[in-house]
Write a protein that binds this ligand. Sequence first.
Ligand code: GTP
Ligand code: MG
Length: 149
Amino acid sequence: AERTYIMVKPDGVQRGLVGNIISRFEKRGYQLCGLKMRTASRELLEEHYGDLKSKPFFPGLVNFMMSGPVVSMVWQGKDVVKQGRSMLGETDPLKSKPGSIRGDFCIDMGKNVCHGSDSVDTANEEIKMWFKDDEVMDYKLTAYKDIYE
Ligand code: GTP
Ligand code: MG
C-alpha cells in the first residue's frame, strides 16, 4: 500500500495543531502507521532537505526545524502521497486554499506548519530517514470495507 511521510513542524507543535492535523487524515480515511515526537538533529534535517542545500533560505530552514520538537507520521492509503500534499496546501500559505491545512492555519512560507513528501519515492526515503523499520506498523484497518469500494 502507498505510504507518505507527514510532519508537524515546530511552529505547528507550538500552535497546538497536532491533533487537528492527525484528525484530518483520520477522518479522510487514511491509516496511521507510525507516530513519534522528537527534536531533530542538524544531520537528519540536512539529509531530509538535501535537495534545498543551495537555497538562500536553507540555513534558516534547518535552524528553525531544530528549534523544537516535531511530530513525525506515516500515513497509508490510496493515492496518499498526492492527496496528502493537497490536504497540506501550497508551499506558500498565501497561495493555499481555505480548507487546506496551510490555507486554514498560516501565512508565511517559513512558518507553514507541516511537511508532506512530494513523491512516492521521496516518501519511502523520508520514512526510512525518520523511522526505524519496527516503528512502522503493518495492520489492517477494520473500517477498510467502509472506506474502499
Ligand atoms: P515541505 O512539505 O515542507 O517539503 O514543503 P514543500 O515541498 O511545499 O516545499 P519545498 O520542499 O520546496 O521547501 C521545503 C520548505 O522550505 C517549505 O515548506 C518552506 O517551509 C521552506 N521554503 C521553501 N521555499 C522557501 C522560500 O522561498 N523562503 C522561505 N523562507 N522558506 C522556504
Ligand atoms: Mg518538499
